[in-house]
Write a protein of this length. Structure first.
Lengths: 245, 245
């Protein structure tokens, strides 16, 4: 299906892509990327033949491991160098500014992969109640929990996630069953919260990374990209300043 | 006591330093630093008057919060700018290479604060069995656990930490009581492991950050510092290369 459209990239988030996908990608000139949260997974993906590695730290929104971006990016870069692989790395996890992109690129990344930062843009279809919560949130207002999908994923903390993290809570079901438990009520929460239901407004949540603590205003996606460029340049000049001293 | 010696720095790891210490520091021309793991703590420390902030991410060895270095450093830098504070930030947590230092300095840090990287140097008094484990470890071989001191601290994973993390394990006592439980047996483990006791070799552990995954050889402390400088310069040149393209 996907290859009938003028796509540029296929990115896999959970595991090594099937061989057929890698081959179809090559046939159609479409790069195949893979998200990884551990050095061992990165090596397995490169050996399977992916074109781009998205190396995501545990501060990422959505499904993630528990090694931080600051450590995982150079760890994977070193591991790839050791096996002579030249697969480019996009750093992910917590990255919502151009300065963080420059930081990741200092450590061996060829670029960055951002998710959370788009959730509070004017164009985003995020529940406006959740958008407001994200703008107000600090980096400590997220939790990595199995309660939404059955696998650990990072999301905005709310009384919903707190209840699932409580000692008396039932254990989440394995993926894909837990989504059958969590998605229907969370869809209802989204709907009711937008109808100004007080309890639903409190419960409302969505996947987001720790970078939410740096997302403090709503901007257009275009303005975000412009800000990325300015921040990146300022970070490079800042670093040069230390060497000039 | 401390001020009778020619010291250059006092660093506090748990909470705001007492006013008397800050005043004595000023009197004697000794800078007072504070370790923080959250934006709110950073602001409280600056308002109390500390001279240097050590901003430590959750990937750090020893006591730590759960926000990553990649997010916490720019979050604190932004918060300080907003209140007009010029307190310099040293980034900590997972930093064991010069490229990571350059990364942190892109994001607003004035420098870096390293702990783990010294533990595997030739000069380190680390238990040699633990040193070997650290050289072999990947970034996923640490755990943030209350089991050593009663507060969350990151340490090398071993059957000792696994037992404390098991569901059937007793809950750690609050600080400072848990150290009375953990330190005597762990000292015995250290001693027996160095006498080649197989069980003790497996149990042996020590505080270390996720950066342990990047610590792959034993070097002298001097060689580590030399490597820092080379890596820092290479990172700066790497970043400049992206702009030249």
């Amino acid at each position: 299906m996907a290859f009938q459209y003028p796509i540029k990239l296929i990115a896999n988030a959970l595991g090594v892509p099937p061989k057929a996908m890698l081959e179809k990608g090559k046939q159609h000139g479409v790069a195949v990327a893979a998200l990884v949260g551990a050095k061992e997974h990165a090596i397995a993906q490169v050996q399977a033949g992916v074109d781009i590695l998205v190396v995501a730290g545990g501060e990422a929104g959505g499904h993630c491991g528990d090694v931080s971006t600051m450590v995982l990016v150079p760890e994977v870069a070193t591991a790839l160098a050791k096996i002579g692989a030249k697969t480019p790395i996009l750093a992910a996890g917590g990255i919502v500014t151009g300065a963080q992109m420059a930081a990741a690129m200092c450590m061996g990344a060829a670029g960055a992969w951002c998710g959370s930062v788009w959730l509070t843009t004017t164009e985003a279809e995020t529940n406006p109640i959740v958008k407001e919560k994200m703008i107000a949130a600090s980096s400590r207002d997220t939790v990595r929990s199995r309660s939404r999908t059955g696998k650990p994923s990072r999301q905005l903390r709310s009384p919903w996630t707190d209840a699932w993290e409580a000692e008396t809570a039932p254990k989440p079901l394995p993926m894909p069953l837990q989504s059958l438990v969590s998605e229907p009520p969370l869809r209802l929460v989204d709907k009711l919260s937008q109808g100004n239901h007080e309890g639903a407004k409190q419960l409302a949540t969505y996947w987001v990374g720790q970078g939410v603590g740096l997302m403090n205003e709503t901007m257009s996606a275009g303005a975000v990209v412009q800000r990325f460029k300015e921040d990146f340049l300022a970070a490079y000049e800042r670093l040069g300043g230390f060497l000039a001293e």
